[in-house]
Ligand binder design. Sequence first.
Ligand SMILES: [Zn+2]
Length: 294
Amino acid sequence: MERRFQLSTQKLRSWLWDEAKGFLVGLVMATIVVELLYFMIRQSPQHWWLITWALFMGLFILLAQLAPVVLFPIFYKFEPLDDEDLRRRLVQLGERAGTRVRGVYRWKLSEKSKKANAALTGLGRTRRIILADTLLDNYAPEEIEAVLAHELGHHVHRHILKSILVQAGITLLGFWLANFVLHYAVDHHMFEELSDFANLPLLAITATLLSLLLMPALNAYSRYNERQADRYAFESIASVEPFISSMNKLAQQNLAERTPAKWIELLFHSHPAISRRVAAAEEWGRAQSVGPPA
Ligand SMILES: [Zn+2]
């Protein structure tokens, strides 16, 4: 699809290599997770779901920390941002917010795509903002600053930590449900015992159904965080104009749907529609120019 719309610039060989690497990484992680799961079910048929939940959350946090330094570099090249002007702008933004992001990295996305993107990733010492070179090379410094301010908003509002906590709650619910389903299946003689490996597909279906059901709620939560990060950006940059122009550029460059159908946005979108983000920025700009209401 991305090739048909000329968004992807990746050659077939490179794409196949990425697929192979993705498969291997997935295989290693899935093997560890499944072996651990059935080991715990055998060890403690009553409390396996609580213990495994705690173990998985530990793994999850470790992964969030390692992702920017171990996982992402498998697929993309990163290097510290060498643009002095941008670094200075970020330091100033951070100082005003009383916080500090440890690193800003240039993300070599152009090797594979024409799209532009930016993100806040990592935990603790690996916390960093990554900016696609497709963005860095084509946007004005004020526009990049607006994007940086948005990512800094995620950092200031502790969105990664909060998302991990939300994920922890959902995963706990998932494990409780998995335990319930497995016990039900054994009680009804579908399987000999709880640790029967043949019930893996049943576990997979349970997890898939639960995440499908929760997806709209999680997306709503994500959109809430995005709006908060946008508001943070409005407050920290001198004018909302570069924010608006960067949004318009991003929509054009990424072929984003500016105004998706309301129900599509509600169910599937992790970010508010571009048209809504632009409208919010314009409203903020207007409120600033007339001054706060009496
Ligand atoms: Zn964001």
